[in-house]
Design a protein around this ligand. Structure first.
Ligand code: NAD
Length: 494
């Protein structure tokens, strides 16, 4: 690819809509307020975006409510084709969207291209699922009646997304909601609203009727979303973000027994057994840790490595990490971009410092890097002591922590010793052990001999405090469908 020029940046930033999108029109916030979106690689302001007020949020819900009945009645094939056209447009504009994403979020361009492809797959997948919603018909056990089960759209939804995957976290919600026949209000993360705004424009261009999708970027997340969650016209809340915020939203959602999907934090264990293919384990470890600069809910947070292979594993990951190039995601050949903001750098630094105070050894990295921009060196820390904060907390940064173990029981005990349960990874050549792990690890997803599990065709989601519900797969659309059952008499009966 040719290097990114100032003209490329300007073109991409000039093209992105910066208003609120409500009822099919772009417009300013009710009070005219705006907020700045920054480039984390430089700290520069990229562009200013309308800052929705609570009244704007309610206007967006009004528009979603008004459009709900017509969208639910739209033929599934028509809904499917709007999504399919949006997928085609996403593919056509992949390079510009990837650049926009790197500018606002920081990850290397190659990874942003990967996210555009991954995020697009949800749009394609749910364009296909839109026409496959079926019910069932059967005879009751007594033989006295017939049961019919049908599915209907839930109704207007509020979708709240995080900053770390600005396209995929939005498409993973918007596409199944639209496929199911729901209208939506989207509240993107304030750090990275631009990619979602660009995707909203693509949906409109693809022929989505007015009022089906609204987007309300805001710096007052709770003030804008609170009244919507309290409004009985809202029928569904789907949230991706941190566990503390998810837990607070669940309490709010309890008032009207609002249906919720919660994709929350993770603390993924990565197990390397003595019989693992070490080449594959090292490759998988680097993907599971350093993808997205470590800022993924699926990022491996704790590496448990059998004591017989731990030295070889550490040597090999450390060698790879020493070769990483750190810099702006738009620069050629960069492996590790900036973290999202100063707080993220402070957090990584504090966690590593605590681990070191408790006896861990820094093998590579372990330091903040000078600005501009918010960088932390890719780091490997070994022999992390039990009780260290870094084993309990989602690091959300490029820090790989290693803890040795002696046998399978100990590995499983260590892996499950967390309130989270989103994803786990395990490398072993022993198939029976792989199956045992699938049954013993407290996790929603398991990567067995792979370092990346995300796929639009699979049910993504967690157990324990990592969340409720699933996104993607044939399960994903059912998060946006109600089930109604109809009982009728035996049509052959007297
Ligand atoms: P966050 O919880 O701070 O924010 C997520 C979203 O919620 C943002 O849009 C934010 O503005 C909004 N928000 C914050 N406080 C709110 C409130 N009181 N009321 C309503 N909305 C509120 O999370 P983040 O820092 O943006 O994202 C990182 C977190 O997301 C990590 O914990 C990560 O594991 C998690 N995550 C989970 C998944 C998953 O699928 N399980 C995927 C990506 C990220």
């Amino acid at each position: 690819m040719s290097p990114v020029t100032a003209a490329d940046r300007r073109r991409v930033l000039d093209a992105v809509p910066t208003g609120l999108f409500i009822g099919g029109s772009w417009g300013p916030a009710g009070d005219g307020g705006t907020f700045d979106v920054h480039d984390p690689a430089t700290g520069e302001v990229l562009v200013s975006v309308a800052d929705a007020t609570p009244e704007d949020g309610l206007r967006a819900l009004d528009a979603a409510v008004a459009a709900q009945a017509a969208w639910a009645a739209t033929a599934p094939r028509e809904r499917s084709e709007v999504l399919r056209r949006a997928f085609d447009l996403l593919r056509e504009r992949a390079d510009d969207l990837a650049l926009l994403m790197t500018l606002e979020m920081g990850k290397p361009l190659a990874e942003s291209r990967g996210e555009v492809a991954y995020g697009g797959e949800f749009v394609r997948w749910f364009s296909e699922e839109a026409v496959r919603v079926t019910g069932r018909y059967g005879t009751n056990p007594e033989g006295t009646g017939r049961t019919t089960v049908l599915h209907r759209p839930v109704g207007p939804c509020l979708l709240i997304t995080p900053w770390n995957f600005p396209l995929a976290m939005a498409t993973r919600k918007i596409a199944p909601a639209l496929a199911a026949g729901c209208t939506v209000v989207v509240k993107p993360a304030e750090q990275t609203p631009l990619t979602t705004l660009a995707f909203t424009a693509i949906l409109a261009e693809a022929g989505l009727p007015d009022g089906v999708v609204q987007i309300v970027p805001t710096t007052r997340a709770a003030d804008v979303t609170g009244p919507l969650i309290d409004d009985p016209r809202l029928r569904k809340l789907s949230f991706t973000g941190s566990t503390p915020v998810g837990s607070q939203l669940l309490r709010q959602a309890a008032t009207h027994v609002l249906r919720t999907s919660m994709e929350l934090g993770g603390n993924a264990p990565f197990l390397v057994f003595e019989d693992a293919d070490l080449d594959a384990a090292v490759t998988g470890a680097l993907q599971a840790k350093f993808r997205n600069v470590g800022q993924a809910c699926t990022a491996a947070n704790r590496f448990f490595v059998h004591e017989r292979v731990v030295d070889a594993f550490v040597d090999r990951v450390a060698e790879a990490v020493r070769g990483y190039r750190v810099g702006a995601g738009t620069d050629d050949g960069v492996d590790i971009g900036p973290l999202i903001d100063d707080r993220a750098v402070d957090k990584a630094a504090a966690l590593v410092d605590d681990a070191v105070r408790r006896g861990a050894e820094v093998v590579v990295g372990g330091e903040r890097l000078d600005g501009p921009g918010t960088f932390y060196a890719p780091t490997v820390v070994r022999d992390v002591a039990p009780g260290s904060e870094i084993l309990r907390t989602e690091i959300f940064g490029p820090v790989l922590t290693v803890v040795p173990f002696a046998d399978e029981d100990e590995a499983v005990r260590l892996a499950n010793d967390t309130e989270y349960g989103l994803v786990a990874y395990a490398f072993t050549r022993d198939r029976a052990r792989g199956q045992r792990l699938a049954e013993r690890l407290e996790t929603g997803m398991l990567g067995l001999d792979v370092g990346v599990v995300s796929n639009a065709s699979a049910p993504f989601g967690g157990v324990k405090e990592s969340g409720l519900g699933r996104e993607g797969g044939s399960e994903g659309i059912h998060e946006y469908l109600e089930t109604t059952y109809v009982m009728t008499p035996d049509p052959f009966g007297a």
